[in-house]
Design a protein around this ligand. Structure first.
Ligand code: PMP
Length: 441
């Protein structure tokens, strides 16, 4: 046949293989290839339907409004002021060495599930030590290790809230907390933020009228504003939350990254009762790929959170918990934090200098004393949605302010710049490009 058709034998063989895998022909060993009998027509069948019972106690809508993906891909020469730390600074060699050490010392034990759903006990102790050094008295038994702090946020919502309940947030706030709350069909009320953090004076009427079931706050180097909540506001917030019996979820995602000034006590450390659930993460100080965070809670709420965590994923990676614990206890974590602090402080300063040099005078911002972000208000009349395509065209990317507000339109005059992800030279070039884009806009 191949000769007759004037094609190679391999082409013919491939054609037979394709026909056979499509079910058009079948082969009988030693006999030949035959045309398959016709496939019986079973008619049009309905697609498989998902079950309709509630997912745990929450009913999650499949089609809640997920923010659409941007209509572009960052080209490789784009300077993208987005993301968390600089991946080029991840402690790859030290971490690889620690993995090796864990295999040598802990062997297959690190490859089991691990005995406790709440986390690897030595790591829970290590986390309690880290917290104690920040003035938060935590017993290891109150620490629940989670798959990043994002899981901690989700667990808290699932343990405390039901669809239709109201959650109070800062405005602006962390975009994936907003996405989480939306996915769980919570009502979201924003309390504005200024240079002293959440403007707690607006809280009481909202507590009276809306009866929220949770207050979510990022009091240190807030994402995205970079601001810290003052001590007096922390006290007022705690006092109001206790009076109206609303739990506080304190998200401390980056407080170790302080460039100047004195750290303020965590709200959790001011809490005499069990009003505050505290969450932390190793994503920003170390690497997000670890997927290790934790929460701190006590009493019956701890048990409920633990049960939820257990049925959802059995446990956080035992291997990574062993590695992280070793990494911290031998002192590598602390020196990495010191290194990152020195590095990112320089980058923050470089970004400020470049902003003064290249951006129009109408741009305003407050300088954060730590963290990762500069939050810029654009010149009068300019919007982040109009600026973004122009910036992409110039080869620079930022995170638009619309992502960070319960009502996205309120974010139109803002952009968030991550100053940690690039070197001072790259920052200078990126902000120069941003200046060009602003002139275009
Ligand atoms: N909280 C805040 C404020 C964040 O910015 C992030 C991640 N960007 C998280 C929580 C979740 O981090 P992870 O799950 O990686 O710990």
């Amino acid at each position: 046949l191949a000769n007759e058709l004037g094609v190679s034998r391999i082409t013919v063989k491939n054609a037979y293989t394709n026909l056979e895998s499509d079910g058009v022909v079948y082969t009988r060993e030693g006999s030949g290839t035959y045309v398959s009998p016709p496939i019986p027509d079973l008619g049009v069948r309905p697609p498989i339907q998902p079950a309709t019972w509630p997912l745990w106690q929450m009913e999650v809508e499949d089609d809640y409004a997920i923010e659409p993906a941007p209509p572009y891909l960052s080209p490789s020469d784009t300077i993208a002021f987005i993301g968390v730390g600089d991946p080029r600074e991840f402690p790859l060699k030290e971490f690889a060495r620690t993995v090796r050490e864990v295999f040598d010392h802990d062997g297959i034990e690190a490859l089991e599930y691990g005995g406790l759903h709440a986390g690897y006990p030595p790591l829970r102790e290590t986390i309690a030590h880290i917290l104690a050094s920040q003035g938060i008295a935590a017993r290891p038994g109150e620490v629940l290790v989670t798959g990043g702090s994002q899981q901690a946020l989700a667990l808290v919502c699932q343990a405390l809230l039901k669809p239709g309940d109201t959650v109070l947030v800062e405005k602006p706030t962390y975009n994936f907390a907003l996405e989480l709350f939306r996915s769980l069909k919570l009502k979201i009320t924003g309390i504005p933020v200024d240079s002293q953090g959440m403007q707690v004076e607006y809280l009481e009427p909202v507590l009276q009228k809306q009866h929220p079931r949770l207050i979510y706050t990022i009091p240190v180097f807030q994402n995205p504003s970079g601001m810290c909540m003052s001590i007096s506001r922390r006290r007022q917030l705690l006092e109001l939350a206790a009076r109206y019996n609303v739990p506080i979820l304190e998200d401390d995602f980056v407080s170790d990254l302080r460039y100047e000034g004195r750290s303020l006590p965590a709200i959790k450390s001011l809490d005499p009762g069990g009003q505050v659930i505290y969450t932390g993460t190793f994503s920003k100080m170390l690497m997000p790929g670890l997927r290790i965070g934790y929460l701190l809670a006590d009493g019956p709420i701890f048990d409920r959170l633990l049960r939820l965590k257990w049925v959802q994923d059995l446990a956080t990676s035992n291997l990574m918990q062993h590695v992280l614990d070793t990494y911290v206890t031998v002192g590598r974590y602390q020196s990495h934090v010191r290194r990152s602090t020195r590095l990112y402080r320089k980058r923050r300063d470089a970004m400020q200098m470049a902003i003064r040099r290249y951006l129009p005078a109408g741009v305003t911002y407050a300088v954060p004393h730590g963290g990762l972000f500069l939050w810029l208000r654009l010149p009068e009349g300019m919007t982040c949605t109009e600026l973004l395509p122009k910036a992409m065209h110039q080869g620079v990317e930022f995170s638009p302010g619309t992502r960070y507000f319960p009502d996205p339109d309120e974010g139109l005059p803002f952009i968030r710049l991550n100053f940690a992800t690039h070197t001072p030279e790259e920052i200078d070039e990126g902000i120069r490009r941003l200046g060009k884009a602003m002139r275009d806009a």
